[in-house]
Design a protein around this ligand. Structure first.
Ligand code: ZN
Ligand code: ZN
Length: 237
């Protein structure tokens, strides 16, 4: 069965090294799972994306004012990136792109509630699918605090060693949440709807609920996903 690729990129703005490394591990895990499950889908890394500060907007949230890039700007850049890739002579079977960002998803027009929209955003543009997923809602407060502590130059050794221990645990949680988020978006990209089983396609009301979801598709979702891959195969030019 021919492989279908999803371009993968991330926005470098506001993303530290620790979370970036964790993000790449998650993309690798997703590819391994696709292989284990016999799914002919793979992520293909397409470089990172750095946005100019001029695009920044300020959005008021419950946690105060947050600076971020509007969703429309991110989508335009991702679409352009995918188009360039698809126009190459030796282009692979790829008409989808996933962009991960470390800031909350918000639009110029309306504000998405951070904790309600954490399962990403997708849109279709003349045969190209653009997916954006924010990693921000998957970061616990403890994770953010620990990262800040470790970045501080004046941190004592004892505090540092404790923080490192906490970080390791919190990173595992972060990675599991992100992996499920990515699988959820991939499911949508290949035609899956939400379901109410023990499944990544079952959207959670809270992050605690998300932690209880298994890393995978339920049997009906997996069946539909495989069927969709077989019948609606994307054929490159
Ligand atoms: Zn969804
Ligand atoms: Zn399901």
């Amino acid at each position: 069965m021919a492989m279908e690729f999803i371009g993968f990129t991330y926005v470098t703005n506001f993303l530290g090294k620790t979370l970036r490394d964790a993000m790449f591990e998650v993309i690798d895990s997703a590819n391994r799972l696709f292989e284990d499950w016999g799914l002919s889908i793979r992520f293909l890394y397409l470089d990172s994306l750095t946005l100019e500060p001029g695009y920044l907007i300020s959005v008021k949230t419950k946690e105060g004012s947050v600076k971020l890039y509007p969703l429309e700007v991110v989508i335009d850049f991702l679409d352009y990136r995918l188009k360039v890739e698809m126009e190459k002579e030796d282009s692979l079977a790829m008409n989808k792109i996933l962009g991960l960002v470390s800031f909350p998803l918000a639009s110029r027009n309306r504000y998405f509630d951070i904790y309600e929209s954490f399962l990403g955003f997708q849109t279709e543009r003349v045969g190209r699918r653009i997916m954006v997923l924010s990693m921000r809602p998957f970061e616990s407060d403890v994770l953010r605090m620990t990262l800040r502590t470790l970045e501080s130059p004046s941190v004592e050794d004892e505090v540092k060693s404790l923080a490192t221990k906490i970080l390791r645990r919190e990173l595992e949680t972060f990675k599991a949440r992100l992996l499920k988020g990515i699988l959820h978006e991939v499911g949508h990209a290949f035609g899956l709807e939400h379901c109410s089983n023990a499944c990544v396609m079952n959207p959670p009301a809270t992050i605690e609920e998300w932690d209880l979801r298994p890393v995978g598709f339920c049997r009906p979702c997996m069946g539909k996903l495989k069927e969709n891959l077989r019948t609606s195969r994307f054929v490159p030019r």
